[in-house]
Design a protein around this ligand. Sequence first.
Ligand SMILES: NC(=O)c1ccc[n+]([C@@H]2O[C@H](COP(=O)([O-])OP(=O)(O)OC[C@H]3O[C@@H](n4cnc5c(N)ncnc54)[C@H](OP(=O)(O)O)[C@@H]3O)[C@@H](O)[C@H]2O)c1
Length: 332
Amino acid sequence: MEEFEREDAMPPDAKLGPPADARGTVVVTGAAGFVGTHACRALVQQGWTVRVVVRRAQRAAQQLAGIPVHYVVGDLRQAATRSDAVRGVTTVVHLAAIAIERAGQSYEEVNTNMTAALIEAARAAGVRRFVHMSQNGASSASPHRFLRSKGVAEEHVRASDLDWTVFRPSVIFGRGDEFVTVLARLVRLSPVIYPLPGGGTARFQPVSVTDVAHAIAAAVRRPDTVRQSYPLGGPEALTLREMIERILGAMGTSRILVPVPVTVLRPIIAIAQRVFPRPPVTTALLGLLALDNTVPDSTAWATLGVGSTPFTAGELAYLRSITVREAWTAMW
Ligand SMILES: NC(=O)c1ccc[n+]([C@@H]2O[C@H](COP(=O)([O-])OP(=O)(O)OC[C@H]3O[C@@H](n4cnc5c(N)ncnc54)[C@H](OP(=O)(O)O)[C@@H]3O)[C@@H](O)[C@H]2O)c1
C-alpha cells in the first residue's frame, strides 16, 4: 500500500484516498484495465464520485488520465485493500480478474476467492449494491479452468444477499482490448499464412467496450437491474474466420487463412509460453478459441437503453497502428 502516498504518480486531476463526502461514491475494481477505464469515464460522466482500486499507481495514472477519480492503491487479495475500497461507498463495480495466469496468481485465487472476499468486505461495510462482471460461458461446471473460476465467482455473487447485477459479455473489443488486438498482432507476426485455431468455425458475438461501459453505468443508476443477469453480445454472431477477415480488412492487408486443429497448436503455444514472458495466447485459453461464445439473447440492450455497436472495419480502425515491432515487443 506504500504507493498510495505517491502523489507524483497521479494525474493533476486525481485525488488521493477516499473522498471527504462519500455519498454517491462508486468503487470500481480493475479500474486501470481495458473495461475499467471506459467504465470509469461513463460513471464520471453520469455524475458519480468514482473511487478506483489499482495495483500499479503510475500505470493507472496514465490509463485514467483526464478522468477525475480517487485512488486506492493495493492488491484486492489483501484484506486491507478490500476494506479501504468499500468504506463509505454506495456501489461496488467489480471488474478485477485475470484472463492469463502469471506467477503467483491463479484463476481460483484471483477470479473466485477474491470475489468471494470482496462480497464479504462489502457486506461488512454495509454496502448493498454489487455490479459484477462475469463472462459469457462462465459456469462452475465448465471443463475450462478460466470459465470455471468465473462461474464459481458468479455463484458467490448470486448466492449473496447483496443487491447484485451480473453482466456476461462475449468477447469485448475496442482500443486497448486484448482479444482482438492479439489476433491483429498475430497477423503482423504471420506474414503469409494465418493459422485458424480449431478451423476458425467457433462463433463469437464481439461487443463494443463503449456499449459495455454504458451498460455498467445504466445498471449502477437503475434499481430495476437488481438481481438481474444480462448477457452482452454485439449485433452479429461471427465465426473466428469472419472476425479475422474483418480484422484483416481493418488493417488493410490479407493472409492465407489455414485451419489448424487445437491439438496441433497446443504444443507450439506451450513452448511460446515458456519462451515469452507475455505470450499472446496460453494453452488454458487456446481451447476457448474453438468454443462457441455467442450469447443466449440480446434483450439487454433494449432493457438498459444502450446501443449495440457492430464489429466493422471502421470500429476496428485502432488496429491499424499495430506494427511488427509493437507485436513483437508486446510478448516481452
Ligand atoms: N475483455 C474481454 O473480452 C472480456 C469479456 C468478457 C468478460 N470480461 C471481464 O471483464 C472484466 C474486465 O476485463 P478487462 O478486459 O478489462 O481485463 P484487464 O484489462 O486485464 O483488467 C483487469 C484489471 O483487474 C486488475 N486486477 C487483477 N487482479 C487484481 C488484484 N489481485 N487486485 C487488484 N486488481 C487486480 C488488473 O490490475 P493490473 O493492471 O495491476 O494487472 C487489471 O487492471 C473481467 O472481469 C473480465 O473477466 C472481459
